[in-house]
Design a protein around this ligand. Structure first.
Ligand SMILES: Cc1cc2nc3c(=O)[nH]c(=O)nc-3n(C[C@H](O)[C@H](O)[C@H](O)COP(=O)(O)OP(=O)(O)OC[C@H]3O[C@@H](n4cnc5c(N)ncnc54)[C@H](O)[C@@H]3O)c2cc1C
Ligand code: SF4
Length: 372
């Protein structure tokens, strides 16, 4: 009870006022926002957030608006390597098998676009902001693609990671060299848990922070993410992400934040609410921003990363010309440094030899800087 009150109090204290200019920059064009979850509990068992993305895809499939949905499942290769793989789900069971976020590099242009072209029937697509942009560009030049892509659901994205980080975690958790059968990056409420299942039905569960502390520090980050400032998916019909506002910790069911952007996306979500397939309520855009309060400005501030080109030789272009303060420089420099460190053999040794509490402390320090 006391914790719940504490969460509510801090939630109120941490709320920010988001100006129209900030909303334009961080969110872009939008129609409405919602905090939602899938009413069907079976769609929430393996979901990343409230299972709303899968509920939308299932609704479209069941109502024959699409013949399939382009989603990503994890496959295990060589006994212990987890790799994401695009495929077209044509049943609700297949959609469920692909639930959850895959924090490992995906190859949209070479894998997903050929799948859509070969399928030749209407699809909905789940994609990261960068891949949504690629798809929209491809659709401009390809009429068949334009006609068959009925809806794009874009996931919010802080950044993605190289597969080596997952490989390390899987290996570390592996009991007696048992081959891996299944790996779920994050399930459950709030920050969630990771779950690795090894042969002989040996299930290992750890707090998601076991993986995310390294991920959030940009160790093993994909390089392209330094060049990106689109956190919420400007080009999706619908964007979907988490809500990290403290009051949501009190909710018994985890929610998905939804932003509708196009008429098609807006109508779909309204219809699903009306029919009770999605549960929740309409939210303000400020509430969505509050749920991403630290990361939104930091991700958008590509200017800080660009101004460090002289140091990193990364040649990051700066289309946004954001103001860069001292703490923005420090956060950008540390993230760039961490990514580089994790690419060297010596760096990897240092990272994984560092005691976990120190890694956590380092992350708290960067998050503290991001809060200003
Ligand atoms: C790399 C990555 C980074 C993210 N960063 C943030 C963040 O910083 N802040 C935030 O609020 N949310 C972030 N998200 C989104 C968040 O984790 C949830 O995916 C989102 O809230 C939807 O949850 P859900 O329960 O409604 O979706 P679910 O019902 O679990 O469905 C998720 C769908 O996304 C598909 N999918 C999973 N991984 C990928 C991928 N890599 N590329 C394309 N499709 C994929 C799945 O196949 C599934 O169809 C990120 C997701 C990913 C994959
Ligand atoms: S941060 Fe940007 S570039 Fe990196 S995976 Fe996410 S959307 Fe793509």
């Amino acid at each position: 009870m006391l914790t719940k009150r504490f969460n509510l109090l801090f939630d109120r204290l941490l709320r920010k006022t988001w100006t129209e200019e900030q909303i334009n920059k961080y969110i872009g064009v939008f129609k409405r926002c919602y905090f939602t979850y899938a009413t069907d509990t079976s769609l929430r068992e393996r979901s990343a957030s409230g299972g709303s993305v899968t509920a939308m895809l299932a609704y479209m499939l069941q109502n024959k608006m699409i013949g399939g949905a382009v989603v990503v499942r994890s496959v295990v290769q060589e006994g212990n390597k987890v790799r994401p793989e695009f495929f077209i789900a044509q049943t609700v069971e297949e959609l469920k098998s692909a639930q959850g976020s895959k924090y490992s590099a995906v190859y949209f242009s070479s894998q997903a676009i050929p799948l859509i072209k070969d399928f030749g029937r209407p699809v909905a697509v789940v994609a990261l902001p960068c891949d949504t942009r690629i798809l929209r560009q491809a659709m401009r030049h390809d009429l068949a693609l334009q006609q068959n892509v009925k809806l794009i659901i874009t996931l919010f994205c802080g950044h993605n990671s190289e597969p080596e980080l997952t490989d390390h975690v899987v290996k570390k958790l592996q009991p007696d060299d048992h081959p891996l059968v299944e790996y779920l990056y994050r399930i459950g409420h709030w920050r969630g848990q990771l779950q690795a299942t090894y042969e002989g039905n040996q299930v290992v569960t750890k707090p998601f922070t076991y993986f995310s502390n390294y991920q959030n520090l940009f160790f093993f980050a994909q390089r392209k993410c330094h060049h990106c400032y689109d956190h919420t998916g400007y080009y999706g019909d619908i964007s979907a992400g988490d809500i990290w506002s403290l009051r949501m910790k009190n909710e018994p069911i985890k929610h998905t934040a939804i932003i509708t952007r196009s008429a098609v996306g807006d109508q779909l979500v309204a219809e699903m609410f009306e029919k009770g397939i999605l549960t929740g309520q309409e939210a303000s855009i400020s509430e969505v921003c509050d749920g991403q309060a630290r990361i939104l400005p930091a991700h958008y501030n590509i200017s800080a990363r660009s101004k460090l080109n002289w140091l990193t030789k990364e040649r990051i272009k700066d289309p946004v010309k954001e103001k860069v303060r001292l703490h923005d420089y420090i956060v950008a420099a540390l993230n760039l440094f961490n990514e580089r460190l994790s690419r060297t053999t010596r760096g990897r040794k240092i990272i994984f030899a560092t005691p976990k509490p120190l890694i956590r402390l380092y992350l708290v320090f960067i998050k503290f800087l991001e809060s200003f």
